[in-house]
Design a protein around this ligand. Sequence first.
Ligand SMILES: *Cc1c(COP(=O)(O)O)cnc(C)c1O
Length: 389
Amino acid sequence: MSQSPSPSPSGTPAQQFETAAIHVGTDWRDQTGAVIPPVYLTSTFEYGNPGGFDYTRSGNPNFRNLQQTLAALEGCRHACVFASGVSAITAVVSTLKSGDVVVLEENVYGCTYRLFARVFEKFGVKPCYFDLSDPANYSKITELKPALVWIESPTNPMLKVLDIAAISEVARGVNAPVLVDNTFASSYVQQPIALGATLSLLSTTKYSNGHSDALGGAVCTDSDEWQEKMIFAQKALGLQPSPFDAWLTSRGLKTEAIRMERHNANALTFATRLEQRPGIRWVRYPFLPSHPQHELAKKQMRGGSGIITADLGLSLEETMAFMQRSRYFTKAESLGGIESLICHPASMTHASVPREVRESVGITDGVVRFSVGIEHIEDLWADVEQALG
Ligand SMILES: *Cc1c(COP(=O)(O)O)cnc(C)c1O
């Protein structure tokens, strides 16, 4: 096909500008040999195509690629992608009906709590919160026979570790599906489906994409029935990602293993040194022997991941000044990117939680959460030393 809208010397009938703008340059439909797929920025697909696509809200080649990769990385048969982690949460909760009870870990992600409290409770879904790091509370699952058990491990920001295999076994006894929010650990570090969970949910915005340049979410499962429900929610609720964000996430996933190895190593060294520094009240990191569930963490995680929470033993003003002096730890919400970030839960992620409630779970003014990136550990440590002064 001619690339030029001007009359063709070969004698093929010329197109007008308007027609050429739409019909010239479609060679990508052929086998191009491209090593990396293009971004399929198309809202719709020609009827009867061999890929079975019809409209991007219900599927796109970039979603398909990403879903196949994510399922492989989570070690299960299916994955379904969404516009964000919260979209993925919405998709799962939308499968419930009025009167359904959900047993949740009490320290689930703040947006999960808010979604139940401010949206789904209005529709009659009943969330019940318990400390599921304590096996004494497993009996709540047996008693309440919930429609769904919702856990997260490690939790935000206190990095509590929950026994995924044990909770899944108790839930199986009452036929309750178990969802694990696997965002803080990442697919590389922890595989909830192999541990017995029904669903593994990811905010791919964090470690999966890893470059802080796209939002996304996913629900991964071995169950055909759940996959069907997720694909339905993706299109029926309009929760699909943009093809470009899916493409970026696919690119990010290619380096997840190597990034996670560095996050694990950097964070362990950082946490070990921080814990030994005079004046620091406590350091919480799953792979530190001082972590209350260190043995369990080692059993179900391949590494400690990149998040560390610590009480620096400083006043609010001193903590703010510390964060200001840091050169490599940018003060920002989110986590899991190649760059280091620092967050002050009391004034940022947990600002809406009343002080007494916040402090009762350990989030005092001197508590900071580090998302340790993949920079050189000596630069990161020198930065924190100078900022602590
Ligand atoms: C960030 C996050 C989410 C929400 O994901 P978004 O992509 O921001 O919508 C859910 N769960 C956990 C544990 C998270 O860290």
